[in-house]
Design a protein around this ligand. Structure first.
Ligand code: SAM
Length: 489
């Protein structure tokens, strides 16, 4: 089957790219659709696809990755309720709701998490203070979101009190989001590539655009970012996934940080004009991954993503090392839930090595489970008190919880054990900066840059675990921080 014309169509209409492993997924999805339509020639299918929007969406539904869960990247919810919304409410005319849009909301876990966080912070008043809209390309996902019924897997990081408060038993043993929350989110199918966006979506105060840009190529990301920006009010905010943040102050939106959490603001002041067509200078969100071909061996280890993500099953191979390596590869590909599922049997035996548990701690941290990550890392430290990976996880958890002195202790121990561990130096620099020890912060940022220069061309990570930030972003951040420390505002 010659896929070129199909790929071009999918790229132009949906922004999706299917090179490398993606091509196998595309072939499977087309096969499935052609069988469903009883078509046997790809020419016939292409003709159908070009003229039939609903077929395009049916194919897209098989191709898009809808991995999501409640309270994913919970630091963004805290940023929203503790920092951004209080400001927006303060400046708002009485009776005018603050507007929040989830772009690429999949099956609804993200907007409902926002709705929960708003209710927990503002009580019933949230219903009149805020308006939440949510959209996704996939009409089936939107239909599911409207139903608001979830399997335990989607709820896995919610604690019991939150579950009991915001969910009711639904059909087929599922948990259904409580009625006032369900009524409080307006879902609609919408293709972020389709022109024009509905008028009534203009005037957003906050847009969540998380874990979606990673599937677009650079040109598409630039287009979508410009369009989303047109929906934002002046002074409004855009929040992207933790692995998508472009560490770049140039461009369309201004990169901001609050307590280690990154976001963008739609402010023109202080944002120099884009200098050229380099995507970074367009204020685009450059994905942490996938990395350029050849830059890491992850692609060879990670099979193509299925169009829907079933609960991953451990492979039948009972020996732990291949499973551990597979879990590592999944972690590098940001498939944290899948990595945890693969890793679980490996960590079960009481004598399993510390590094398996270090990976487990890292995965919990990436999924926003700070308490779980701290416990898992502590277990590693009882097995190996100088596990750099566990010390860094403990440092990152402590920093995220505001325990900066504690974080410094862990990170210094990590650096004592591995003086060239640049992620530990970077974390330490951030802690030093936050505690006002600017000279020490400067010193640490310079160390990171030197270490990265020394290892140019080497792997994109300091040890077995994936880095929280890709090297290019880390370099940029260090330079930006040093510039800011040289000329504090
Ligand atoms: C991985 S999910 C992210 C869900 C959620 N934002 C989160 O962070 O958990 C990506 C979603 O983007 C949607 N998507 C992909 N291409 C899109 C497009 N062109 N327009 C709108 N949504 C799109 C997919 O259908 C999928 O539901």
């Amino acid at each position: 089957m010659n896929l070129d014309a199909l790929k071009a169509l999918l790229h132009a209409r949906l922004g999706l790219c299917f090179e490398g492993h993606g091509e196998a997924r595309l072939r499977r999805a087309i096969g499935e659709r052609m069988a469903a339509l009883a078509l046997d020639g790809d020419g016939a299918y292409l003709a159908r696809l070009g003229g039939d929007e609903s077929e395009l969406l049916a194919l897209a539904s098989l191709l898009t990755i809808k991995e999501t869960y409640f309270y994913r990247e919970a630091q963004h919810l805290r940023l929203l309720t503790e920092h951004l919304l209080p400001r927006l409410l303060r400046d708002r005319a009485p009776g005018v709701p603050v507007r929040i849009l989830c772009a690429g909301c999949a099956t609804g876990e993200e907007p409902y998490s926002i709705a929960i966080a708003l209710r927990e912070r503002w009580g019933d008043a949230a219903a009149r203070l805020f308006r939440i809209d949510a959209c996704d390309l996939d009409p089936q996902a939107i239909a599911q979101a409207r139903e608001g019924c979830y399997r335990p897997y989607a709820l896995r990081i919610l604690d019991q009190p939150r579950l009991a408060r915001w969910f009711v038993p639904g059909p087929h043993g599922l948990q259904q989001i409580a009625e006032p929350l369900r009524q409080g989110v307006a879902f609609r199918p919408m293709n972020l590539l389709a022109d024009p966006y509905p008028e009534d979506l203009r005037g957003q105060d906050v847009i969540f655009y998380r874990n979606l840009s990673i599937y677009f190529d650079a040109a598409t990301r630039a287009v979508v970012l410009r369009r989303l920006r047109a929906l934002l009010r002046p002074g409004a905010y855009l929040i992207v996934g933790v692995t998508e943040t472009l560490a770049n102050g140039l461009g369309l939106l201004q990169l901001c940080e609050h307590e280690g959490v990154w976001y963008f603001a739609n402010r023109s002041e202080g944002v120099p004009p884009a200098r050229d067509l380099n995507p970074r200078n367009l204020g685009m969100i450059v994905p942490a991954r996938p990395r350029p071909a050849g830059e890491s061996s992850v692609q060879a280890l990670v099979p193509p993503l299925p169009s829907t993500l079933p609960t991953p099953q451990p492979t039948p191979d009972p020996s732990p090392e291949p499973l551990y390596r597979r879990a590592l590869a999944l972690a590098q590909a940001e498939r944290f839930a899948a990595a945890r599922a693969v890793l679980a049997p490996v960590c079960a035996p009481p004598d399993s090595p510390a590094r398996y548990h270090a990976l487990h701690a890292h995965l919990l941290l990436e999924q926003g489970d700070l308490a779980g990550a701290a416990t898992a890392a502590q277990r590693v430290l009882t097995l190996d008190p100088w596990s750099v990976d566990a010390l860094v996880v403990r440092g990152r958890v402590a920093r995220a919880q505001g325990g900066l002195d504690e974080a410094v202790d862990y990170l210094r121990r990590a650096i004592y054990a591995r003086p060239d561990h640049w992620p530990a130096h970077f974390e330490l620099a951030e802690c030093r900066g936050a505690t006002g020890n600017l000279e020490a912060a400067r010193r640490e940022y310079r160390i990171v840059l030197r270490l990265l220069d020394e290892r140019r061309g080497a792997a994109d990570q300091a040890g077995p675990l994936p880095s929280a930030l890709p090297v290019a972003d880390l370099r940029y951040l260090c330079r930006a921080r040093l510039a800011r420390l040289a000329h504090p505002a």
